[in-house]
Write a protein that binds this ligand. Structure first.
Ligand SMILES: Cc1cc2nc3c(=O)[nH]c(=O)nc-3n(C[C@H](O)[C@H](O)[C@H](O)COP(=O)(O)O)c2cc1C
Ligand SMILES: [Mn+2]
Length: 500
């Protein structure tokens, strides 16, 4: 079972020739980024660096860097297979909201025993460090040259940084938390900047569930227990990135994807939090609402720019546990394509049926690579009445993490949204800018540097559908050119005869 834990996944990748071991000594400061960036952009293999300078642990990167490897991690032949499984659960029901649908998952989980199982022992606790826990023993990457160096960087204003090199990050950690009142679990992938052996920064965006949980602890004036897990079932990092609504535990969704409940073991120093028993490393600790926040970043981000430095909660480490011979998993983000493109594509496909329950007009959508997830969405609808495209835009701007989308382009049902030129063609030809482009305002991705205020700004909707009566001033709308199918078929059949 290659998706049981990271080590079996690595073995499976290797047996398929999808993984390369690198024995040469490499620097986790920038060098691994440059290697991984080249390999990922060339569609190359997963990389296992066996000799990382300054650390005893091997480092795995680009494990999910192709469609095939992402599917293998998910244990599916295709993303659409998973979407079909989801569609089948949703089918017998009257379409309601995404929220109500997902709230049903726990019931389904009980039936199918997909709920997480708490176990007493886990491989992830074979080795336990408490007083001697040291974040700097990990081969954490410094990804890009200006990471961790704010423009007006004043070393004296920082805690005494003992990382040697500023800007080292845990980049593929799944952060486990629990809501203090409801007890709901959450897993989110948030980057973690290392400052001292037991001090890091927790970069959860205000729109994400980790930050929401933190606000609940803040209101109660309580410390928030946390654990960062690295490794575990191969689909764990994917599950941590899933845009599930608040209150829906990613551990349950992971069980649904895996087809059986994932095994969780309680942390040693934070026993309220349970983590995958087969994780490679677990970093246990807490954030304290009474602390001063710490200046985090900048960080070379998936937008292709450095996200600006800002203040985030301090994460205090109480233990680091790991397997006897652990592998440290990492990723880098940067100008696309990167490994995270495939995590995003999986979500785009897997969440289509759920999105359709709240916006049934949508036949298909594409989050194009250049849009870096939140900047741009191409949406295909079957248009039946005036201003339907605008209704779809507004619905999307209210739908979970899709609400952060900056630019939405809507096209008619005959347009393939995965063919970017086909979308540009309609956008240029079918649009009267003054009539067909609308602006609105709302929350934006925290990483959108063009937004006038962090996390808030304007959005643009472009209605590139054919215009019909009721949509402002339109003249007779022309038909699009298309050859008669019988003629096409005849030409195909006779092609050899033409000698072309
Ligand atoms: C490689 C990678 C890195 C990410 N880093 C962060 C991050 O630092 N902070 C953050 O809030 N979200 C980050 N995300 C996005 C969240 O993991 C994602 O939006 C997730 O759905 C949040 O889960 P939540 O809503 O349960 O908090 C990252 C995603 C990926 C794929
Ligand atoms: Mn969540």
């Amino acid at each position: 079972m290659s998706n049981h834990d990271l080590q079996s996944f690595v073995a499976e990748l290797e047996s398929r020739g999808w993984l390369k071991r690198i024995a040469a000594k490499v620097d986790p400061v920038l060098e691994i980024t440059e290697i991984a960036d080249r390999v990922t952009k060339a569609g190359g293999p997963a990389l296992l660096f066996e000799n990382v300078a300054g650390s005893a642990f091997p480092l795995l990167i680009n494990a999910f860097g192709t469609r095939e490897r992402m599917c293998l991690a998910l244990g599916a032949d295709s993303f659409d297979d998973i979407a079909t499984r989801i569609r089948n659960i949703l089918k017998p029901e009257i379409p309601t909201t995404l929220m109500q649908k997902l709230k049903k998952l726990p019931e389904l989980a009980q039936l199918g025993s997909l709920a997480p199982k708490i176990v007493k022992r886990g491989l992830c606790q074979e080795v336990v460090h408490t007083d001697d826990a040291d974040l700097l023993s990990l081969p954490a990457l410094k990804c890009w040259p200006l990471d961790g160096q704010p423009r007006d960087f004043d070393a004296s204003a920082q805690p005494s940084t003992t990382t040697g090199e500023p800007g080292r990050y845990i980049t593929l950690g799944s952060v486990f938390s629990k809501h203090p009142e409801t007890g709901d679990g959450n897993i989110g992938m948030y980057r973690v900047q290392l400052f001292e052996p037991k001090l890091a920064a927790m970069h959860w965006h205000m729109h994400h569930d980790g930050a929401r949980h933190f606000r609940a602890y803040q209101a109660r004036g309580q410390r928030m227990p946390l654990a960062i897990a690295l490794g575990g079932p191969a689909l764990m990092p994917y599950a941590a990135t899933c845009p599930l609504p608040p209150g829906i535990d990613e551990a349950l969704f992971a069980g649904f994807l895996l087809g059986r409940g994932i095994e969780l073991v309680p942390c040693i120093t934070q026993p309220d939090i349970a983590v995958p028993a087969t994780a490679e490393f677990v970093i246990e600790g807490y954030v304290d609402p009474a602390d001063e926040p710490i200046l985090e970043g900048p960080f070379g981000d998936h937008t292709g720019f450095y996200s600006l430095a800002d203040y985030y909660p301090r994460f205090h480490v109480t233990a680091i546990t790991h397997r006897r011979s652990p592998i440290y998993p990492a990723t880098i983000v940067g100008k696309p394509p990167q490994e995270d493109y495939w995590l995003g594509k999986a979500t785009e496909r897997i969440f289509l049926p759920l999105l359709q329950t709240i916006v049934p007009d949508i036949i298909d959508y594409n989050l194009p690579m250049f849009g870096c997830f939140h900047n741009c969405a191409f949406v295909r609808i079957r248009k039946e009445y005036p201003y339907q495209a605008r209704r779809v835009m507004h619905a999307l701007w209210g739908a979970g993490q899709m609400a952060l989308t900056k630019i939405i382009v809507v096209v008619d049902e005959h347009v393939d949204v995965h063919d970017e030129n086909a979308v540009w063609f309609r956008m240029c030809s079918n649009v009267d800018p003054r009539r067909d482009i609308m602006f609105t305002d709302g929350p934006l991705d925290i990483l959108d540097h063009a937004a006038p205020v962090c996390g808030v700004g304007s959005k643009m909707g472009i209605d590139a559908t054919r215009k019909i009566a009721g949509e402002g001033t339109i003249r007779a709308w022309p038909d699009e050119l298309e050859m008669n199918p019988a003629v096409k078929e005849r030409v195909t059949r006779r092609w050899a005869e033409y000698g072309l």
